[in-house]
Design a binder for this molecule. Structure first.
Ligand SMILES: [Ca+2]
Length: 486
């Protein structure tokens, strides 16, 4: 019976016309800024509807919490040290396979609209895309200058989220129904500097947002976390310009933090409007059920937890990303609790589109996991981040996250002993990572096991003591980053 079911499913997958792929990629979106991931305040009915009609991955993580490396991992199925985009200033290598490139080779029409951000100053078309519309750097919430497929560069007036949706829909409407397509809508939202559409500017005026309590309990954490408090990436710092006079650790200055969070949430409301528009069009044109709609974030974001803003660290808010996939073949109303990763996206989508697999992938397709369960699914994975001179607020990070434990350590970069305290959290009893257990003698053997598992996981991607290159940790600094790369 199981074999018959499998054959029927396989036949259905192959007999059906190839599905389209609509990939909606948000920037720095925390899952808990969405209704379907439990937000009390941010109403996102259209994204929630994708989740209720599709699959919500409740525990999805990025393998490097930084825009460009994470985006490259989504496209390539590879960790950052292998695809080579290890910082925000590196181009995705032209020779590196990607899932949109593989789909293009398999006969798909492919397009990218919006924030791409691999190659800071390059807004020219990239290989593998029939249509490529982006801008330099981060773009701006209002009146961004776009490069329209290398043919014309022009400022399009209006709010980024609306404009990028217009651009994508214009292309989608021109596609013939006998050729499958894969289109990205790469939102700027909700990346800093958080600027909502005027109609949503006051949407959260009545919501009080205190600093999270973890911001005041840093005594058992490594000292660099306290040093970060007053910097560009700390809660007493400029808060992406929501605080004009800084540092400011007075309790009343929490108002700046609250305004920042309101701004962040406000930008998400426009993304929900965009999802509504595109979904309605897919429904009208009867393409909805033959389109894999992916709604995803590129990396997590700290919003005051442990006294930090921004990302880069291995703490939960920095790692967690939202992922929702609507495609009836996968079922509806499902919630997947297993740990999924950015590097799983490329192999999963290629399988769903019956396209050839990538020559190499560190991720694993979750199609079987979602459809029938997968007893061999991962129970642990590793995270890495390399210290950046341009953003000297986070050390080198090497971490392992299992279904229960997280162990984080901070290599100095020259092979010498770590100079920062490591961290150990029991995520089952302490999902908020409030209590660092690294010095608990009862857990010494757990730490030993986690270190061994971390080394094993890293080695499976080619990293050992010799090959794991990273810069020297020069410590947390108070200087602000260069204005051009903020
Ligand atoms: Ca990002």
């Amino acid at each position: 019976m199981r074999t018959l079911l499998f054959l029927l499913t396989a036949l259905t997958l192959h007999a059906a016309p190839k599905p389209n792929v609509l990939f909606i990629l948000c920037d720095d979106l925390r899952p808990d800024a969405l209704g379907c991931f439990g937000s009390k305040h941010v109403k996102t009915p259209h994204i929630d509807r994708l989740a209720s009609e599709g699959v919500r991955f409740a525990n999805t993580f990025c393998t490097t919490s930084l825009c460009s490396p994470s985006r490259a991992s989504i496209l390539s199925g590879l960790y950052a040290h292998t695809h080579g985009v290890t910082n925000n200033f590196t181009e995705y290598p032209n020779s590196m396979p990607s899932f949109p490139g593989m789909l293009h080779d398999a006969g798909y029409a492919t397009a990218y609209f919006g924030k791409y951000h691999m190659g800071e100053n390059n807004d020219e078309p990239r290989p593998g895309f029939d249509m490529f519309v982006t801008h330099k750097g981060q773009g701006t919430y209002f009146d961004t200058e776009w490069n329209l497929n290398g043919k014309e560069r022009k400022v399009i007036k209006g709010y980024y989220t609306t404009v990028v949706t217009d651009l994508a829909m214009e292309w989608l409407k021109q596609q013939s129904t006998d050729k499958p397509w894969c289109a990205f809508i790469g939102h700027k939202a909700p990346h800093s500097f958080y600027t909502p559409e005027p109609k949503y500017e006051h949407a959260f005026d009545d919501v009080r947002v205190p600093y999270p309590s973890t911001a005041f309990h840093l005594d058992d954490k490594p000292a660099w976390m306290k040093q970060r408090l007053y910097t560009w990436h700390g809660i007493y710092g400029p808060l992406f310009e929501w605080r004009k006079k800084f540092p400011d650790d007075r309790p009343e200055a929490v108002k700046d933090f609250e305004n920042m969070v309101h701004g962040y949430w406000g930008t998400v409301l426009s993304v929900d409007d965009s999802v509504a528009r595109v979904r309605a069009w897919l429904e009208e044109t009867k393409q909805l059920d033959n389109t894999i709609i992916v709604f995803m974030g590129d990396n997590g974001l700290l919003e005051g937890e442990h006294g930090m803003v921004d990302k880069r660290t291995a703490h939960e808010p920095s790692l967690r990303i939202p992922l929702v996939v609507r495609y009836p073949v996968l079922g509806s109303g499902k919630v997947v609790p297993q740990q999924a990763l950015t590097v799983d996206m490329a192999p999963s989508l290629l399988e769903l589109c019956s396209a050839p697999a990538l020559p190499k992938s560190h991720g694993k397709s979750w199609v079987k996991l979602v459809q029938n369960g997968d007893p061999a699914w991962r129970t642990s994975w590793f995270y890495h981040y390399n210290y950046e001179k341009q953003f000297p607020y986070t050390p080198n990070v090497r971490a392992i996250r299992t279904d229960r434990w997280k162990y984080i350590h901070y290599p100095h970069g020259d092979g010498s002993a770590d100079k920062h305290l490591a961290e150990l959290y029991d995520l089952q009893s302490d999902p908020g990572e409030t209590k660092n257990l690294i010095n608990d003698p009862k857990l010494a053997s757990t730490v030993t096991e986690l270190k061994a598992e971390l080394a094993k996981l890293m080695l499976s991607t080619g990293l050992d003591a010799q090959t794991d290159k990273m810069p020297l940790d020069e410590g947390v600094k108070s200087e602000l980053p260069d204005a051009k790369i903020r």
